[in-house]
Write a protein that binds this ligand. Sequence first.
Ligand code: ADP
Length: 537
Amino acid sequence: MMNTPLLLTQMIERAERYYPKKEIVSRTESGISRFTYKEMASRARRLASALEKLGVEEGDKVGTLAWNHHRHLEAYFAIPCSGAVLHTINIRLAPQHIIYIINHAEDKVLLIDSDILPLIERVKDQLTTVKAFVIMTDSDTLPETSLSPAYHYETILAEGDPHHPFRDDLDENAPAGMCYTSATTGNPKGVVYSHRGIVLHSMALGLADTTGVSEKDIALPVVPMFHVNAWGLPFAATWFGTSQVLPGPYFTPKLLAELMQEEKVTITAGVPTIWLGLLKELDENQYDLSSLRSILCGGSAAPLGMIKAFEEKHGIPFMHAYGMTETSPLATVTGEKSYMEEWGKEEKYNVKAKQGILVPGLEMRIIGKDGEVSWDGKEMGELTLRGPWIASEYYKDERTDEAFKDGWLYTGDVVTVDEEGFVKIVDRTKDLVKSGGEWISSVDLENALMAHESIFEAAVVAVPHPEWQERPVACVVLKEGDHQNTTKEEIYEFLKPQFAKWWLPDEILFFEEIPKTSVGKFLKRALRDQVKERVGQ
Ligand code: ADP
């Protein structure tokens, strides 16, 4: 067979040629605008030529600090298709981490949304490699800024070449993108995505038994484009000519529900906290979301109670997936096997609450204390993965040796696998509660708690214990109204029939809010400190 390179160039050129009329709906600071793939591709070509004029060369890193919108999508292709590297920067990281990753990646140019300008202005003197700042704004003029040299995105596009050729002579293993993932301690770690990895990952997103993204879909990635490339959706959607709805900055659950209703969105993707917010909105107000064929949920465990509420109360199918920055991210995804149709409802839901089966193209091994564990749904071990869209190292980082061994990625996630091959994430190694030599899954307790009708959110953390080493403590946020009267005792009564006695949390604490990470996951590190303070340790 021919060994032709797999390049992002082919993806955008396909959209341009086959789907010129299909639409991208983009919400920005000033409202909603619409672009066709024809316009998108010609704007991406203009951007590529403009970046070249700014001195961007093959292999150079171009950072983006931007929300989900059409300009960011243009950068997604303009940068890699001219041989440079798209470095999406998580704008919610602490300023010292943002400085670190821009310098560590050696970004030459930064593309910045105008509302994010103050963040970069404050740290500009500490950026050692950036030669130019391009400001993305709806305004006709460059906003007041202390960054220099600063360029107005639309002006450089207007002066750019709409026919600028994309590179088709790149090595498929050349870097196309990069993204930093937060580490438990220390600086974020960089993952570099190759053209080949992104193309194959996109193909996996299109498989009927995974997320099945296709031309007929209208996709709304809620997951930020600075978080693992919005799970690869913008790439796959463009390649397949899928309509895209990009929700822009500062959206609310109400705004998302309205966008989904008006644009007749068929597939959307985000972390559980987003869906908890949407669920509340759907419970309170009427929307017609009958176009939605799937909510794709990942990033942390989707509570069973939430999955049931979407499917049974609102008739919206739910799809649970697992992955990480190092895995592009799609690694496993729920998929009912045909013979499971006959199974009872609860049995099916138990499968749905798991993280799913391995996506075709990848390999996994589950490593326990004494080698590979058996697939019995009980024995726990660390999930290790390999495949063409799994990273093989951290970018210029000695922590590579901890996670990448013998050609496998050690995910740091403890899992069980059942006889059918469905993976269940028990916990992150660092979040497991190690009580008296046994393990307690914080995720299982959280899921059970969140199935309680009065509980909005719940997180479980380990606190040190003199006798048992660690014990679980539950942090609970109650729903509004009468639910606020729910007592600790009632919650214990609810949990007791579901768990062995020693699994029950030593304490249940009520919180106004659970601290979250930059991408909306429970921030267990901060929560542990708060809990320690409250239980007097
Ligand atoms: P960060 O470390 O910044 O959260 P990632 O976004 O790469 O970085 O997070 C990957 C981690 O998120 C995984 O290692 C796993 O612990 C967790 N995760 C992802 N998807 C799921 C899921 N569906 N259920 C449970 N945990 C998940």
